[in-house]
Design a protein around this ligand. Structure first.
Ligand SMILES: Cc1cc2nc3c(=O)[nH]c(=O)nc-3n(C[C@H](O)[C@H](O)[C@H](O)COP(=O)(O)OP(=O)(O)OC[C@H]3O[C@@H](n4cnc5c(N)ncnc54)[C@H](O)[C@@H]3O)c2cc1C
Length: 400
């Protein structure tokens, strides 16, 4: 069933007519944020989504996402992370969310690794370069401060007090409501299967039921569908879809947010992340590396279908967080991975009105507010306030 929701001034899409300035193909984490910022700037935006976001058919479900500022993936991300934090807080104020429906909780984030770990090194570099608060603890100090952790003697912890947890589905919903309030139009249950570039001020998106939507500009941020949609136009984006799992476990008082910050840890066996027991939901843990490559059109096997889904997390918990209890439930989700695990946010060669935002490689959600703003600025102002050149597509395929 297709569903149209229009805010003030919204218009429905009709075959080939250009009633919109921008088509956003994929109204998930990035697309909904972009739609909000575009609509706020007065741009007539049509948001198209295969589902009814927020939903569990993409990469934004599971309740929570970590937001870190001292960035282990590279100090160059820090300005984007700080802008994103400010925008999440602004969104929370704008939607006047009651405390129970907060978008962000400042739990702090502890990054754990061995000396010489490049992730920890980048965290420290980011903090030093951008004057971010960061404490360094040895294993004994960390376990004394956060009793749930049983760390190896050589491990080190960096604690970032200003990081924390975003409620991801609530955030997508808040942007949806905000976008509609500012005049955006949203078409849910509308899967786009083809794009047609007609010129520098005319792009069409064609749905699987044959409807055509047209606008001057488009942003393609359709998760796993981005690659096939662009491939049909002759543009390659090296993004691989990978199945990931995460799960919630019974947790006692040692896992309450006051005693147990969000975390990211590199071990000899893998890289894991997790969340304190928020609102009685239990300890949530996932593995960041590994996973199973999946074709863009294949369904994701549910949690428990792969032999290692539960056993891997259980092994990690037994060694480092032995106070965790039994499995409550698990879920499968997907990462869209680029070869260097940095994002692709760019326009396409010779098609300056066709923007792409993809390859968020399992660490993109925290930035969605700022990526959405930057995309909107590129479209409405011609350039974004934050330099996004490190996310150029040309780093992979200079020719086309
Ligand atoms: C288990 C897990 C844990 C994560 N943890 C973190 C974390 O702690 N911190 C962090 O910052 N990031 C984290 N991430 C990464 C982050 O969630 C993603 O990078 C981010 O959600 C990607 O946003 P997106 O807009 O590309 O995808 P989505 O939010 O999935 O949006 C894509 C949208 O496109 C729509 N769509 C798809 N195909 C079509 C089509 N053909 N036509 C129309 N619409 C279409 C989908 O329905 C969907 O709504 C995690 C991801 C996972 C899976």
């Amino acid at each position: 069933m297709q569903d149209l929701q229009a805010g003030n001034g919204g218009r429905s899409g009709q075959s080939g007519e250009r009633k919109f300035d921008t088509l956003v193909v994929g109204a998930g984490s990035m697309g909904m944020a972009a739609g909000y910022h575009l609509a706020r700037a007065g741009n007539r935006v049509l948001l198209l989504d295969a589902g009814d976001p927020p939903h569990d058919e993409g990469a934004h479900h599971g309740g929570t996402r970590l937001i870190r500022h001292a960035y282990g993936e590279g100090a160059a991300y820090v300005p984007l992370a700080l802008r994103a934090q400010a925008l999440w807080e602004a969104l929370e104020r704008e939607t006047r969310a009651a405390p129970r429906s907060a978008l962000f909780v400042r739990t702090g984030i502890v990054n754990i690794g061995s000396p010489g770990d490049t992730f920890l090194h980048e965290v420290q570099l980011s903090a030093a370069r951008h004057d971010l608060p960061l404490e360094t603890l040895d294993a004994a100090q960390a376990s004394a401060r956060w009793p749930a952790w049983r760390l190896d003697a050589q491990q080190r912890a960096n604690f970032e007090p200003d990081g924390g947890v975003l409620y991801c589905e609530r955030a997508v919903r808040a942007y949806r409501e905000g976008a509609l309030a500012h005049g955006a139009t949203l078409r849910t249950h509308t899967r786009i299967t083809r794009l047609a570039w007609r010129g520098p001020d005319h792009i069409e998106a064609i749905s699987e039921s044959g409807e055509t939507f047209a606008a001057r500009t488009s942003i393609v941020c359709a998760g796993k569908w981005t690659r096939p949609l662009l491939a049909a136009l002759g543009h390659a984006v090296p993004v691989a879809r990978v199945r990931k799992t995460f799960a919630w476990f019974e947790a006692g008082e040692a896992f309450a947010p006051e005693r147990f910050p969000g975390f990211a840890i590199s071990t000899d066996h893998g890289t894991y992340y997790g969340f304190p027991d928020l609102d009685g939901s239990g300890l949530k843990v996932g593995r960041h590396d590994g996973g199973q490559p999946v074709d863009a059109h294949a369904p994701l096997a549910p949690f428990g279908d792969e032999p290692g889904d539960h056993a891997d997390l259980q092994r990690f918990l037994a060694r480092y967080l032995p106070g965790a209890g039994a499995l409550r439930m698990g879920r499968a989700c997907e990462y869209d991975m680029t070869p260097d695990e940095h994002f692709i946010i760019d326009t396409l060669p010779e098609r300056p009105n066709l923007h792409v935002a993809t390859g968020f490689s399992g660490h993109g959600f925290k930035f969605a507010s700022a990526v959405g703003e930057a995309l909107a600025e590129r479209i409405t102002l011609g350039a974004s306030r934050i330099d996004l050149s490190m996310f150029s597509r040309a780093r992979f395929s200079p020719a086309g």
